[in-house]
Design a protein. Structure first.
Length: 93
């Protein structure tokens, strides 16, 4: 699923639609950084509420992942390189 979302975001960069939120993000790394900070904060706040709502936490996780993927596209980091890093981390020492 993440690879599919990654491809969609990458295609939006190529198509360069004027009214694309994704394109606005990808063109401005400072905006992506601010959104990552904002979404991280919202995730943490959602998870420490006295009445935890798992569906809200899931939404915040998705928002954060979306913005992180946009960041990887700005820096032209391939999905495969992220996957490879996870594979390295999962190997026993």
């Amino acid at each position: 699923m993440l690879s599919k979302i990654f491809k969609i975001l990458k295609n939006r960069k190529k198509k360069r639609k004027d009214n694309s939120y994704t394109l606005d993000l990808i063109k401005c790394p400072e905006l992506i950084r601010r959104k990552i900070i904002e979404e991280s904060y919202e995730l943490v706040i959602e998870s420490i509420k006295s009445k935890i709502c798992k569906s809200n936490i899931v939404k915040e996780i998705c928002d954060l992942i979306y913005h992180i993927l946009a960041y990887t596209i700005y820096y032209e980091i391939s999905y495969q390189s992220i996957k490879n890093e996870f594979i390295k981390r999962l190997k026993p020492n």
